[in-house]
Design a protein around this ligand. Structure first.
Ligand SMILES: [Zn+2]
Ligand SMILES: [Zn+2]
Length: 424
């Protein structure tokens, strides 16, 4: 392994765009630059850091990290592929449909039970459980979008539309942008969603925009706005066939999905008129926002928040493999099973055609090849509240990347949350 390490300031940041982008106009702030190396090893700055690294940047469980995550790996993607058992690549449409049946049955059951009791003490429990089930439906629709649900395109499209339209996601619109995310993961400019903002863009944001963007829970509410407006520095909407996100050949698909989305909105309005807006608010609207929070939390933390700063690439330094190796798995405890092993993000990113029910086994088989490029996720508590700590730390530290350089790391604006404010 490389003996030198990159000393950078805080990593991560956000590409999420969305909700905070609405506030992103005006205001330029001058930032101070400091670099304080904290280890004995040599320093190889790859990006101009802005804030001093903390011990947490370089020390993990008492051990100084001696691994340069931006070093090109010594293995190939073919070697990872070869380590994964052959049966892991086999898709079973019946098994996939079985998961859909299970989840839909649970969603209906939860709705019936909650309506039956209609008790304000029980509603919050319903919201959390049902929001989590909406998120599980989203993950199955995500499989449809990748084609890991089945080899039948029509089946994937029909099931994907039913699942995603129900939770107000334009199936094709998001499927296409998510494909762009996979094909460009880890690339500063070309990645889609939760990619870092550049220093120049960051400085163009006013103070309240920055605070909103990097203060929980606001980033966890970003997804609907991302669907509508995309991310900072990028234009287009997931609902518009004319969007920069899509090729002319994809326009008809986008129109179909936007139409399905519109039908679902119409159904919700109609249901509100029949059953009353309060009923729909309790049965659907609150779980919908819980689902959105799950989605933003999970997708953000799969690309951000590791103790050691992870690289983002540009130009010739980027490759599909190097970009994919900057993603991270997370542990959600017993919820892993409910949301269909979404926690196995590294192997999913590299090989999105593997069905979700084989990802745990595929990850286990690939780990010896990945070596230190695989970052073992922190074990979940009974409920995955440990992720909140990681999220808050990342939002406090990971603000932007340099406008220059082909390997860059997140940097911190030390004045965003007050001068000399302790980040951990
Ligand atoms: Zn991802
Ligand atoms: Zn995916």
């Amino acid at each position: 392994m490389a003996s030198s390490r990159v000393i950078s300031s805080s990593q991560c940041g956000l590409g999420m765009g969305s909700i905070l982008w609405l506030y992103t106009r005006e205001g330029i702030k001058v930032l101070t630059k400091t670099l304080v190396p904290t280890s004995k090893t040599s320093v190889k700055p790859r990006a101009p850091p802005i804030s001093a690294p903390t011990n947490n940047d370089f020390i993990e469980k008492g051990n100084v990290l001696d691994f340069d995550p931006s070093a090109p790996p010594s293995f190939t993607i073919g070697e990872i592929r070869a380590a994964i058992p052959k049966h892991c690549w086999v898709k079973s449409p019946w098994r996939s449909l079985g998961y859909v049946g299970r989840d839909v049955a649970v969603v209906i059951l939860l709705g019936v039970v909650a309506s039956w009791f209609n008790n304000w003490v029980l509603w919050p429990f319903y919201w959390v459980f049902q929001g989590t089930m909406f998120w599980a439906l989203f993950v199955l629709g995500h499989d449809c979008g990748h084609g890991s649900f089945s080899d039948n395109k029509r089946l994937n499209s029909v099931v994907g539309h039913l699942l995603h339209s129900f939770i107000l996601v334009p199936y094709h619109g998001w499927r296409i942008s998510h494909k762009t995310h996979h094909q460009n993961h880890g690339h500063v400019e070309n990645d889609e969603s939760w990619h870092p903002i550049s220093e120049k863009t960051y400085k163009s944001m006013n103070d309240s925009s920055r605070k909103l963007r990097f203060t929980a829970p606001f980033p966890l509410l970003a997804y609907p706005v991302y669907l509508l407006y995309r991310t900072p520095g990028k234009s287009g909407s997931h609902f518009s066939p004319e969007s920069d996100l899509f090729q002319p050949s994809e326009r008809q698909d986008v129109i179909t999905s936007t139409l399905c989305w519109t039908i679902m909105v119409t159904l919700l309005v109609f249901s509100s008129c029949i059953l009353g807006p309060i009923t729909i608010f309790k049965l659907y609207a609150v779980p919908y926002w819980i689902f959105v929070m799950w989605l933003d939390l999970v997708t953000y933390l799969h690309h951000h928040g590791h103790q050691q700063k992870l690289p983002w690439y540009r130009g010739n330094e980027w490759s599909y493999l190097r970009g994919g190796l900057t993603t991270m798995d997370r542990d959600y405890g017993w919820i892993n099973n409910i949301h269909h092993n979404i926690e196995t993000h590294v192997i999913h990113h590299l090989f999105p055609q593997i069905p979700h029910y084989h990802l745990v086994e595929a990850t286990k088989a690939a780990k010896p090849v990945l070596g230190k490029y695989y970052r073992e996720p922190e074990k979940s508590w009974p409920l995955p509240f440990h992720l909140i700590k990681i999220l808050v730390r990342s939002l406090r530290q990971d603000h932007f990347v340099s406008d220059f350089g082909d390997i860059v790391f997140y940097q911190t604006d030390p004045e965003l949350f007050g001068p000399n404010k302790k980040l951990n």
